[in-house]
Design a protein around this ligand. Structure first.
Ligand code: MG
Length: 283
């Protein structure tokens, strides 16, 4: 793949991504995938999925963890249920994340993605426990020759940097999602990208509009088709170029209830990104 190959976030049988056929039909050469359910995480399933990808000329660039019991219904529910932060489910999710990493290796992929959750305050006991669990997982990934990319948005750029610094492992990086910074109200996406840039190893191309003033960080902004929101796609890509980012441009469009519109929006996003990539001299 050359610089900035277009990608799309897909699912096998779990999560919000689109079906692999969408990537195939649109001629999109790379995908991130949401990890399948436990029953589908075996060698035979990996081989079958890899065959479908290679037949369609598609490379898998990252496999995202997702866990039973997670809900993005609203911001407080997300904080309570998502990732490794909730203590009641941390041990079992760490175990499952290692299983997902092993399945990712079967797919020939060296990158595991994760929404780790709302990283707690540094002074809390929960923070120390989260550091310990994250190190344990990263050491497992290292034995697989893998790295982990943390999805952005659930904390500020500064807090994410502090967490990565405190984890003290060389295989922890960032999957930057500019729309999430807007959706969660955690900061201007371009400023945040500049701050965390040296850790960014993969990205999402997703767009969103801010929640009303006074509601930011309390209720969701709204996810919209790429180019229709407040990210500013040209500025976003220009900033990535300035940072020296050459990896995939992975489109996310999270409207699984409307697959027809979802596919249409992904096709339009592909055109928008292909045009900007040429304009910026990246392909
Ligand atoms: Mg994302």
């Amino acid at each position: 793949m050359g610089q900035w190959p277009i990608g799309v976030f897909t699912s096998i049988d779990a999560g919000l991504g689109v079906h692999l056929d969408v990537a195939k039909d649109l001629g999109i050469p790379s995908v991130q995938i949401h990890a399948p359910h436990a029953g589908t995480r075996n060698a035979a399933a990996a081989e079958a999925f890899l065959k479908r990808c290679s037949d369609a000329g598609i490379t898998i660039t990252c496999v995202f963890c997702g866990f039973e019991g997670e809900s993005y219904a609203d911001i407080p529910t997300t904080a309570r249920t998502v990732g490794l932060v909730p203590e009641a489910t941390r041990a079992e999710r760490l175990k499952e994340a290692k299983e997902i990493a092993d399945f990712t290796r079967l797919l020939g992929c060296d990158t595991v993605g994760m929404h780790i959750g709302f990283v707690p305050d540094k002074s809390s006991a929960s923070y120390a426990g989260l550091l310990e669990g994250t190190r344990d997982l990263l050491d497992h990934l290292a034995r697989n020759g893998q790295k982990m990319h943390l999805e952005t948005g659930q904390e500020t750029a500064e807090h994410l940097l502090e967490f990565i610094h405190d984890v003290q492992r060389p295989n922890l990086f960032i999957n930057f999602d500019p729309a999430n910074m807007i959706l969660y109200g955690t900061g201007d996406p371009i400023d945040a990208l500049k701050k965390v840039g040296k850790y960014v190893r993969s990205i999402h191309c997703k767009d969103a509009k801010w929640a009303a003033e006074g509601q930011r960080g309390k209720s969701w902004g709204s996810e919209v088709a790429l180019g229709d929101g407040d990210v500013g796609m040209e500025t976003y890509l220009k900033t990535l170029k300035d940072l020296g980012y050459t990896g995939p441009l992975t489109i996310e469009r999270e409207i699984p209830h409307d697959p027809t519109q979802q596919k249409k929006d992904i096709g339009l996003a592909q055109s928008l990104l292909t045009g900007l990539r040429a304009k910026l001299g990246m392909g």
